[in-house]
Design a protein around this ligand. Structure first.
Ligand code: HEC
Length: 168
């Protein structure tokens, strides 16, 4: 019994310390402040668990061909490259001030996500980061076009790079 009340008291104390830090303004919300390692880990863990629970199991219904990539390319140029850049395309000034940073979408940890997870992330965005939700402005088939383009992004062509460069 004393063991359990000790654990409860421990939780209470941790809660009290967190509340005190927040209430006194000790938590720095500046985008120029680096998060602690524990904050990054907890946020990354929460993101992965949340996405894998909510993402649809569906595979991308669109064929992986140049027509689909061309449609996805237009969305990427207008809505994504400013934050995420692209292979051969330098990061924009705006993206350099983002915290958390907008990741390179060709990274294995992003490409390793299922189609459904990418669809969910682009549709719903990630709250309290710069990542917007695109479902309020795009239809599901347009979001699948973006997912198709994300799969093509690691092999972006020289012409596509050129067109994206003006937009970074
Ligand atoms: C205003 C900046 C901004 C724009 C515009 C933006 N993103 Fe993001 N995006 C972010 C940030 C910041 C993150 C990282 C959030 C985090 O670390 O939790 C992110 C994360 C993501 C992720 C999750 C990566 C992962 O696996 O962890 C995907 C996928 C993504 N964005 C795709 C897109 C696509 C596609 C578009 C355009 C349709 C887009 N983003 C537009 C800022 C942006």
């Amino acid at each position: 019994m004393r063991f359990f009340s000790g654990i409860l008291f421990g939780f209470f104390l941790v809660g009290l310390i967190i509340a005190a830090v927040v209430a006194t303004g000790g938590y720095n919300v500046a985008a120029t402040a680096s998060p602690s390692r524990i904050e990054t880990r907890v946020a990354q863990f929460a993101l992965n668990r949340s996405v894998s629970r909510r993402a649809p199991a569906a595979k991308n219904p669109l064929p992986a061909n140049p027509q689909t990539w061309a449609a996805g390319f237009e969305h990427y140029k207008d809505n994504c490259v400013v934050c995420h850049a692209a292979p051969g395309v330098d990061p924009s000034e705006l993206s350099m001030g983002l915290n958390p940073p907008a990741p390179d979408l060709t990274l294995p940890r992003v490409q390793g996500r299922t189609d459904g997870e990418l669809f969910w992330l682009v549709s719903n965005g990630i709250r309290t980061t710069g990542m917007p939700a695109f479902s309020p402005t795009h239809k599901p088939d347009q979001i699948w076009q973006m997912v198709s383009f994300l799969r093509h992004l690691p092999e972006v062509t020289a012409d596509e790079q050129k067109a994206l460069k003006g937009k970074e």
